[in-house]
Design a protein around this ligand. Structure first.
Ligand SMILES: [Zn+2]
Length: 294
């Protein structure tokens, strides 16, 4: 897949005129590669992570918020945790954690007995979190189950991924506004979601958005919005790393320093290395202890 592929690292919204149905297409290339490079993920894990990134990107564009949206699965299977994040600024990052390198390509083995957690971390205010058991045979089915349990409105998702690119298509029913007749609404939803289901992985991965929409909906009245750019960026910082370090406890950290002369921590998302010398740790613990003494 070429780096100049149209619509890469962007999501694009469309609506069907005179209905309460909207859609979104996302395609990630550079941002996806930045998340998987150097991690040594097996193909199946990289592609799955890509779909979590695409899922987070699709959902982040459908709500008004400031902060980050995280789509995460935790499981008893070969992957312990996998998560994709997208911020309200379009910054993407993600990671998969496991103890032994997964050998399976099956969703049900990789994420056996899993839970799906969707978190909206608001920059100001309390986070929102929704948790359901992970159902279905892929990320799209798991999300559909999530939304069917939490909302009365229809949602469908399609994802396709390879080692270079990941793409997603979402259709969502909105509360009645343009069309209030429940029967008509139902008919519209069935019509548009059935057409969406005819998209193939190959088409979703390789066609520009305009061609995907033409292929699915050339007979419909569509309004297509300008694409929204997405990019890889990590929210790690020296301060956050220091806070994580202080959670180990003073004794533990002091013993590492005694042995190694300092502590080196690298961010598991982006690989940035943070080094703390003995003097800095001293300050760190004093300020952490001050913070707790209230
Ligand atoms: Zn980082």
């Amino acid at each position: 897949m070429s780096a100049t592929m149209p619509g890469a690292d962007a999501s694009q919204r469309f609506i069907f005129e005179n209905t309460d149905i909207r859609g979104e297409i996302v395609r990630l290339h550079h941002s996806y590669l930045s998340c998987v490079q150097g991690k040594g993920y097996p193909d199946a894990v990289a592609r799955l992570l890509g779909e979590f990134l695409a899922a987070a990107s699709l959902l982040a564009t459908t709500i008004k918020f400031e902060g980050r949206l995280v789509v995460q699965a935790r499981s008893e299977g070969e992957i312990r945790v996998i998560m994709g994040e997208c911020s309200s600024d379009g910054a993407i990052r993600g990671i998969a954690r496991y103890e032994e390198t997964p050998g399976s390509e099956q969703f049900s083995e990789l994420l056996r007995e899993g839970t799906l957690v969707i978190t909206i971390d608001h920059r100001k205010g309390e986070p929102y979190q929704g948790i359901v058991s992970l159902e279905g045979n892929n990320v799209a089915e798991a999300l559909q189950t999530y939304f069917s349990q939490s909302e009365q409105l229809g949602s469908v998702f399609y994802f396709a991924s390879d080692r270079d690119t990941v793409a997603g298509l979402m259709l969502q029913q909105l509360p009645p506004q343009m069309e209030k007749d429940p029967e008509v609404r139902k008919g519209q939803w069935e019509h548009f979601s059935t057409l969406a289901s005819t998209i193939t992985d190959e088409e979703l991965l390789s066609l520009p958005n305009a061609d995907v929409l033409h292929r699915l909906y050339h007979q419909e009245e569509l309004r297509v919005f300008p694409p929204r750019e997405l990019h890889f960026a990590c929210s790690c910082s020296r301060e956050r790393t220091a806070r994580a370090l202080s959670a180990l406890g003073r004794e533990e950290v002091e013993s590492i320093i005694a042995e190694q002369g300092g502590v080196e921590i690298s961010c598991e998302f982006c690989g940035t290395e943070y080094n703390f010398g003995p003097g800095e740790l001293h300050l760190l613990f004093e300020s952490a202890e001050d913070g707790q003494s209230h």
